[in-house]
Ligand binder design. Structure first.
Ligand code: FE
Ligand code: CA
Length: 529
């Protein structure tokens, strides 16, 4: 379907508009991070292609788009002629041309302009491009001299009033060393409208050793400074299947722990011996994450970065993307792993928090959008109650913050929020859970769909599969395959198709459906179909 607004009208409307990159997230009530620092401003134009002295292709890391509204979308690229070694670019800001077209041959440019790849941000480009293309797919690319980037596809979110069904892929945990990105080849074939990334985009660990379960190596020792984090993002983004998945559709991305360090909690590192320097390490990691993600956010201005934000899609989705890492209290009870002893008193302290007071209030204020069918939380760690009696099997997940979880879920019940769905990653297994409050532990008040990892090795033994499924709030689980979940969302139902890779240690291994589950609007019960 083509836009009712013609290309000429669009230019007439937009010719005098100067768009500031990384503008405030208009759909969020939260104060946006300072956007003035991201001075990459663009004015829609038919500018000539900037000339360059570069002697090799700077578009080695592909393109990406993200954080769509029904008005604009963020387009991303990074200039890097030597991406694994700091970028290899001249120490100066560099202008690039961006173009958006209704065709992949770019013979119908609907918008274009110049953007500045700033040296201080690793020559990354984030531009917020206003479009009037409605629900149509558009194509975009970047140009400098004779170099042309790969072509990306993107779109706006559907405007209010639309109930056109959408496909949303939920993905997480892509440890480069543990397996191949076969799931992304399938994702591109499935052609989703949106990808939600739920954390662990990179892993911080060292080089590793090739063996039966380590099929590729990292490019350095454990990463701790800005250059090392940049080089790690570049390694991951050098994968053609990951590049293709970014080029397929817009992404909405949040982080978990490994974007900084395993199981860190706010300003507390996993290992207390690393306390000195953790804040600086986290700041470097946050900056590199911001640089490489197509997010509608300004760059970090101090040692923190506010990334929780709200999206909407037609009359179907109210989507709250949360940050369960930056504000949380340290894991309780020494973060004991798979302990079957009753949890220590600390885990039962209602003052402990996963989201932090400010984010929890924002969540409460925004989760109930009565104009949308589905109220959705895109989240890092498992929210379904998987406690074994009084024992907490994993203190890093919501079970380790059980009073906080109960406060948030009880608030959702009290507000009368309808059709509450949680999308989760982290645990490297496929799971389906029902959410309950402590006062009503046998009545589902929402559904949780846990995607397995794209490539990170399974961290729950396959012989615990039966034990997991036997837990009262777990509907089903599959622990031995990698993959993702493809959600089809309509005004009547939410269908979660769990797609798993046959053998992710083999390049080119194929993907098939494990099982498909459904929630019908008006009833939180999950059924297998
Ligand atoms: Fe992970
Ligand atoms: Ca994680």
């Amino acid at each position: 379907m083509t836009s009712p607004i013609s290309r000429r009208m669009f230019f007439a409307l937009s010719a005098s508009v100067v768009v500031v990159a990384c503008s405030k997230n208009e759909s969020s009530t939260e104060p946006a991070p300072d956007s003035s620092a991201a001075s990459t401003s663009v004015a829609p134009t038919t500018s000539p292609v900037p000339q360059t002295d570069l002697t090799s292709d700077p578009f080695t890391l592909g393109v990406a788009s993200g954080d769509p509204t029904d008005q604009s979308v963020i387009l991303w690229t990074r200039l890097a002629v030597d991406s694994l070694n700091g970028g290899g670019m001249p120490a100066q800001d560099i202008e690039v041309l961006w173009e958006v077209s209704s065709t992949d041959t770019f013979d119908d440019i609907v918008s274009s302009g110049l953007a500045t790849a700033e040296e201080r941000f690793g020559h990354t480009v984030h531009i917020d491009v206003p479009l009037s293309t409605g629900e149509s797919i558009v194509f975009y690319r970047f140009r400098i001299g004779d170099y042309v980037s790969p072509i990306g596809k993107t779109r706006l979110s559907s405007p209010s009033g639309s109930t056109t069904p959408i496909k949303v892929a939920a993905v997480s945990c892509q440890n480069y060393t543990d397996g191949f990105y076969n799931a992304y080849a399938d994702l591109v074939e499935q052609s989703p409208d949106l990808v939600t990334f739920l954390g662990d985009y990179i892993y911080e660990s060292g080089v590793g050793t090739l063996d039966a379960t380590t099929v590729r190596l990292h490019n350095s020792d454990e990463i701790k400074d800005l250059v090392a984090y940049r080089n790690r993002y570049a390694l991951y983004r050098s994968d053609p299947l990951l590049q293709a998945a970014h080029a397929e559709c817009p992404w909405v991305i949040t982080w978990d722990d490994h974007e900084v360090e395993n199981n860190y909690a706010n300003l507390t590192p996993q290992d207390s011996a690393d306390a000195e320097g953790h804040a600086a390490r986290r700041a470097a990691a946050y900056q590199a994450w911001w640089e490489h993600m197509p997010v509608r956010l300004g760059p970090p201005t101090d040692e923190s970065l506010t990334i929780y934000r709200q999206f909407s899609w037609g009359d179907l989705l109210n989507l709250l993307v949360v940050d369960g890492r930056q504000y949380r209290d340290d894991q309780a009870c020494g973060d004991a792993v798979l302990s079957t002893q009753p949890a220590c008193d600390e885990a039962l302290d209602p003052a402990r928090t996963m989201l932090g007071a400010g984010q929890e209030q924002w969540f409460s204020d925004n989760i109930n959008d009565t104009t949308k069918v589905w109220n959705v939380m895109a989240n890092q760690t498992v929210m379904t109650d998987i406690r074994l009696g009084a024992a907490v099997l994993n203190y890093d997940q919501w079970d380790g913050y059980a009073p906080d979880r109960n406060r948030i879920l009880s608030d959702i019940v009290d507000q009368g929020v309808e059709n509450f769905v949680v999308l989760t990653g982290d645990i490297h297994l496929a799971g389906v859970g029902q959410l309950t409050t402590d006062s009503n532990p046998t009545t589902a008040m929402g559904a949780e769909f846990v995607s397995t990892s794209i490539s990170s090795s399974g961290n729950v033994s396959t012989d615990t599969e039966g034990l997991l499924i036997a837990l009262p709030n777990i509907i089903d689980a599959e622990t031995s395959h990698r993959g993702y979940t493809l959600h089809t969302v309509t005004a009547n139902d939410w269908t979660a198709e769990y797609r798993i890779v046959d053998n992710n240690l083999v390049e080119g291994s194929t993907t098939s459906v494990w099982k498909t589950f459904k929630v019908t609007a008006g009833s939180p019960a999950v059924t297998q179909i």
